[in-house]
Design a protein around this ligand. Structure first.
Ligand SMILES: Nc1ncnc2c1ncn2[C@@H]1O[C@H](COP(=O)(O)OP(=O)(O)OP(=O)(O)O)[C@@H](O)[C@H]1O
Ligand SMILES: [Mg+2]
Length: 365
């Protein structure tokens, strides 16, 4: 068996995921009646652990069961089978109001006649929290979402992103152990959405509350989360860190849904790859040459030893020394197919460049 298969399966193993889970789903199944005597299976065999203070994303296409999972964790929906634990306690039969969980829905309804501060404070008032503490916690929550200056405005006087942050402050003010967010940025335009993704991440880090965020947008999931679960048709296809899921997709669905992939299978693909099996290759891993190019001829290579490796996100800078003592610096894409792993001072490497990359200076000998 290819080693990639085994590790992909391990990644789906929820028990291996986190030591001290805040949220646990064990064999959770949810059936709905469709109103015509048929059953719809919305979620099946869901095993999932979310760690304390983790930012976890649930990613999947429309109808894959994301909202249903969230609603079962919140307690608005009862599983047909299986167990849900919060902080190690079985809450499967516990009503929503007795769970230490808050939810931000996509259609967050702010009270239009109340100010921003009154909207945020409202839940504490209902709970009977004393006035001074209410004021203090409201002001803290507004600070957190950077809306202190807008406390006395009405929702209609705010931008979409600001309204979204009021909804977030309202959910945070009760200091839940777990915050569930269902497509929280769905109503925002792309620019604001990207900005709010970064803000959400910052806020989550500051408050340290466990966040579970539902999205059908793979970019958003990869940007935001520590780990994610990919849902399809009510089933979990893969659980793992964003980078693991992107680089080692467990199956064709994940390879295609999280980013785009070239899928190689069938006899022609086997001839191309040189061995049987199904393979995926990410588009950014394919280099493009002029037709008829033999990429080996016309390429100059030299052995060298690494001096420094400087990681700069999308690119990595590598300084290396040749046996004759020439220092060369290469800037490569961090995702480059040809970059050996674990480069460090002293690692032997080969540097290569096409002949045509050599530019002769006219004024020198
Ligand atoms: N109350 C309900 N009664 C009957 N079927 C339901 C109910 N809620 C959800 N379903 C069905 O369960 C499946 C999963 O729905 P769910 O809302 O969880 O999907 P989703 O992943 O959140 O989709 P979206 O991205 O469109 O919000 C769908 O087939 C849906 O029609
Ligand atoms: Mg949904």
């Amino acid at each position: 068996m290819p080693s990639g298969m085994a590790s992909a399966q391990q990644r789906v193993d929820p028990a291996a995921a986190v030591d001290d889970p805040q949220i646990e789903l064990i064999g959770v199944r949810k059936e709905f009646g469709d109103g015509r005597g048929h059953r719809v299976v919305a979620v099946e065999g869901a095993d999932l652990n979310v760690g304390d203070g983790e930012l976890f994303a649930i990613l999947g296409p429309s109808g894959s069961g994301k909202t249903t999972v969230l609603r079962m964790v919140a307690g608005f929906e009862q599983p047909t089978a299986g167990t849900i634990r919060l902080g190690g306690v079985d809450v499967t039969a516990l009503p929503a109001r007795r769970r230490d969980v808050n939810t931000v829905f996509q259609e967050y309804a702010l009270f239009p006649h109340m100010t921003v501060a009154q909207n945020v404070e409202y839940g504490l008032k209902v709970k009977g929290v004393a006035r001074d503490e209410r004021r203090r916690r409201t002001s803290d929550a507004l600070d957190m979402v950077r809306l202190s200056g807008e406390a006395s405005r009405k929702p209609a006087q705010l931008s979409g992103g600001q309204r979204q942050r009021v909804a977030l402050a309202r959910a945070l003010v009760g200091r839940p152990r777990v915050l569930l967010l269902d497509e929280p940025l769905g109503a925002l335009d792309l620019k604001l959405r990207e900005q709010m993704q970064i803000e959400l991440k910052e806020i989550q880090r500051e408050v340290g509350i466990t966040f579970v965020i539902v999205t059908h947008d793979q970019d958003e999931a990869l940007t935001l989360c520590d780990r994610l679960a990919v849902f399809n048709n009510g089933r979990i296809e893969q659980i793992g860190k964003a980078r693991d899921v992107y680089e080692n997709p467990a199956n064709r669905f994940v390879a295609d849904f999280v980013g785009t992939s070239n899928v190689l299978d069938g006899p022609d693909a086997q001839a191309l790859v040189g061995r049987p099996g199904t393979f995926v290759v990410r588009p950014e891993r394919i280099a493009v040459f002029a037709p008829g190019t033999d990429p080996v001829s016309g390429v100059r290579t030299v052995d060298a030893t690494v001096l420094e490796v400087i990681y700069a996100g999308p690119t990595t800078k590598i300084a290396a020394s040749t046996p004759s003592g020439i220092t060369l610096t290469a800037t490569v894409l961090t995702a480059s197919t040809w970059l050996p792993p674990d480069l460090t001072h002293g690692t032997p490497i080969t540097l290569a460049w096409p002949e045509k990359a050599l530019h002769q200076l006219s004024n020198e000998e």
